[in-house]
Ligand binder design. Structure first.
Ligand SMILES: Cc1ncc(COP(=O)(O)O)c(C=O)c1O
Length: 468
């Protein structure tokens, strides 16, 4: 059970001090965490004391019988509140989505599809799944020539299902190499995609860091892949889906566009859409779409049967009904005018952060960004990805180390990847981007104590509380 109330760390005295009663008569405990000492408030103006107290009271409190787990979840909620998240593949869901994910919808088996289930009791799940399908198609403005499957558990299983639908084991596929921005599930040798299928990987131009579409075409003619994958995890520039679609057509390959990272930009017209140029489009739902952890596969109507059968019974069992309902809610939220404004602000923040980082002495791959993410080349500041990631984490700034052009190992890379979807959800704007770039300079170049900067980061986060 999740309630607003006493945290696992609260002392009995604290609990008593703020005991309240709800309208329904049930007592609700609201407490300040133990670490807020009264001395901390000395010499503070009353308004600041009130703001600080409200901030801590508002942090969601977890009270399970299992104190060990309660404490861990509580600590994670507070970590999210108090740190700046620059991981471009993460975001914060709405309270409504959280509620749906934790609802009794998780209790039901619904193997099959609406109207064709293997279990009884699926009347409402049929309607929920149909609603999610309809809204996802509306969101991407798709007509009757497209079908959508909303059951994939996440992005990697969805890609597996697509390949399973389109290829036989041992067929050739082509995707972008992980070390320059592709995803593991696009044919990397350690992943199922590189083990079950023969895989050839395209890179980027060694001077510009940009995709060279002529090279992709040359490789496609040389290797004759069954599937060409476009879309990436760490590429800061616009993708030319039209060009890759043309190449695929020329060599008789399927074009699979994985828009997991840029789906929000695509749906709002802020990035070229792949729908005219691809046979299959896949997106995860937990990145720029701000939904639950899941994925959806769009396919041309002619591939409906193959895709649906690959998802179930080909790869998966019972769908996660709570996630499907949360996808319906996500589409409801994303179909509002505010969502386009949010996507535009992601781009403004990204461009502003990139500009400020460059001004503060950092080198960016491709010298900037067109989308929600950017990559810093740390070689020019004499650091590696792991060291930078650790220093930033100590200061309360979360990033991920990332392989960049010239790196041979994804475990020991010389880059870090940053993105703005999550901080934009918190309400941060251009002014905050300048501040973040300044912290980067102080932590990674000036080598100030990250603990000192952590206090500044925590203070800044208080102005942008998460709504749970
Ligand atoms: C482009 C792309 N495709 C697929 C995935 C895999 O998604 P998941 O982690 O949900 O399996 C990711 C994950 O970040 C991704 O960036």
């Amino acid at each position: 059970m999740i309630v607003l109330g006493a945290g696992a760390s609260s002392s009995p005295a604290e609990k008593k001090s703020v005991l309240k009663t709800r309208a329904g008569g049930q007592p609700t405990q609201r407490a300040l965490p133990a670490r807020i000492q009264v001395s901390r408030f000395k010499n503070m103006p009353m308004v600041v004391i009130c703001q600080t107290a409200i901030y801590y009271i508002q942090i969601r409190k977890i009270m399970l019988k299992d104190k060990v787990l309660s404490k861990l979840i509580q600590q994670e909620i507070e970590r999210q509140q108090k740190t700046i998240n620059l991981i471009p593949s993460e975001n914060y869901v709405s309270k409504e989505i959280l509620e749906i994910l934790g609802s009794p919808l998780t209790n039901k088996y619904s193997e099959g599809y609406p109207g064709k289930r293997y279990y009884a009791g699926n009347k409402y799940y049929d309607q929920i799944e149909t609603l999610a399908q309809q809204r996802m198609k509306k969101f991407f403005k798709l007509g009757s020539s497209w079908h959508v499957n909303v059951q994939p558990y996440s992005g990697s299983p969805a890609n597996m299902e697509i390949y399973f639908a389109l290829m036989d084991p041992g067929d050739m596929m082509m995707g972008m190499s992980l070390t320059v921005g592709g995803h593991l599930s696009h044919g990397h040798k350690v992943n199922f995609s590189g083990k079950v299928y023969k895989s050839v990987q395209y890179g980027v131009d060694s001077q510009t860091g940009l995709i060279d579409y002529d090279v992709i075409e040359k490789m496609a003619f040389e290797h004759h892949p069954r599937v060409i994958v476009s879309g990436h995890s760490a590429y800061p520039r616009e993708i030319d889906f039209k060009c890759i679609g043309n190449i695929a057509r020329k060599v008789g390959a399927f074009h699979v566009a994985d828009i997991s990272h840029i789906a929000g930009l695509v749906a709002t017209g802020l990035h070229q859409s792949p729908f005219e140029h691809a046979d299959i489009v896949m997106t995860t739902t937990h990145k720029t779409l701000r939904g639950p952890r899941g994925a959806v596969i769009f396919c041309k109507e002619e591939y409906k049967e193959r895709i649906d059968r690959a998802v179930f019974p080909g790869m998966q069992g019972g769908p996660h009904n709570n996630v499907i309902a949360a996808i319906a809610e996500m589409a409801f939220e994303d179909l509002t005018a505010g969502f386009k404004k949010y996507q535009k602000q992601i781009l403004k923040n990204s461009s502003s952060l990139a500009g400020a980082l460059k001004k503060n002495g950092f080198k960016l791959l491709t010298d900037g960004t067109d989308n929600h993410l950017m990559l810093i080349d740390l070689k020019t500041v004499d650091l590696d990805g792991q060291t930078a990631q650790d220093l930033l984490e100590k200061a309360g700034i979360t990033v991920n180390r990332n392989a960049i052009l010239g790196d041979s190992s994804p475990f020991n890379p010389t880059g870090i990847r940053l993105g703005t979807p999550a901080i934009t959800t918190r309400g941060m704007k251009e002014k905050e981007m300048k501040k973040i770039a300044e912290w980067f300079q102080r932590i990674l170049i000036v080598k100030e104590d990250p603990e000192k900067i952590r206090k500044e980061v925590e203070e800044a986060c208080k102005n942008f509380p998460l709504n749970y």
